[in-house]
Design a protein around this ligand. Structure first.
Ligand code: HEC
Length: 263
């Protein structure tokens, strides 16, 4: 249930982003006029910004605990801090605008405008970091350089052991190449790989499909990469898994075969 609220995060964050932008835009057209309107629609807008920011932060925190290990920790930290900062700036903006409307000196209005623009800036950075969390770093500019970087990073992934994610790296391989015979419809060799419990239970050979921390003992790795007999190779039909795919499976198991429990 809590997890479901976490999923609301990407939805709710768009309220403060959109409203802040609209408020900032409306300030641009107002800059020259000395304005302390008595019935100020900006105040209501800002209250919604603050409430939706707080909700976004709460949902985001829930989201982060439920997707632990799936995201780059540093990026997630930056995203979180930017989120807090955006929330805080909106609160400050609300306070300043409140004072301005209540008749405080015009400096409050000017400060409000400054803080508002800072909030838009911070919320944009925060949104961008969020995008990178979801779509991967450099998603905005998939240029030649980022391809180069990816190529340079590829050996790093293997050598330095960057955390392999089940959802990002392993599940797609299993889904594309294995579910056909080890999924909900068929369970060749008594093995079902699309559920956590049955995958760890293993098939005919017992619980040796995935032996956490020990890829050499895990049939999931050995049968794909290095079967004892060539005719045992998995998948038995079609191309064998690529070296990279085998390496990912190996590393994933070596790192403990973390499989988020909701799968
Ligand atoms: C075309 C069907 C097919 C596909 C696709 C397939 N397998 Fe299999 N798999 C089999 C059959 C058949 C067996 C039983 C072989 C035997 O007992 O000799 C088996 C057995 C296994 C076993 C041994 C289970 C045990 O405990 O005895 C593992 C592990 C396994 N497969 C992993 C995989 C993985 C990983 C993939 C995907 C990369 C995959 N298989 C794709 C047909 C398939």
């Amino acid at each position: 249930m809590l997890e479901w609220f976490g999923l609301l995060h990407p939805l709710v964050v768009h309220f403060p982003i959109a409203l802040l932008s609209v408020l900032a835009l409306s300030e641009c057209f107002r800059f020259s006029q000395p304005s302390t309107p008595r019935r100020d629609h900006r105040y209501g807008g800002l209250i919604i910004v603050v409430l939706s920011s707080l909700a976004s932060i709460a949902f985001g925190l829930i989201n982060a605990t439920h997707s632990a290990g799936q995201h780059e920790a540093e990026l997630l930290d930056d995203h979180r801090i930017a989120g807090y900062a955006a929330g805080l700036l909106s609160c400050i903006a609300l306070f300043l605008l409140g004072r301005a409307i209540a008749g405080a000196p015009v400096i409050y209005l000017r400060l409000y405008q400054v803080v508002l623009f800072c909030a838009v800036l911070v919320v944009s950075i925060c949104g961008h970091l969020g995008g990178e969390l979801v779509y991967g770093k450099g998603y905005l500019w998939p240029s030649a350089t980022s391809e180069l970087e990816i190529q340079e990073q590829a050996p790093l992934v293997q050598d330095l052991g960057i955390q392999v994610s089940y959802k990002r790296d392993i599940q797609p391989i299993l889904a594309n190449r294995c579910y056909k015979c080890h999924g909900s419809k068929k369970q060749k060799g008594d093995l079902r790989l699309d559920q956590r419990a049955t995958a760890f239970l293993g098939g005919e050979s017992g619980p040796t499909t995935i032996v956490p921390y020990n890829p050499q003992m895990s049939l999931l790795y050995t049968l794909c990469a290095d079967p004892e007999f060539p005719d045992e190779i998995m998948p038995p039909k079609g191309d064998p898994l690529t070296v990279e795919q085998c390496e990912l499976i190996k590393m994933w198991i070596a790192q403990g075969a973390a499989w988020p429990s909701e799968e």
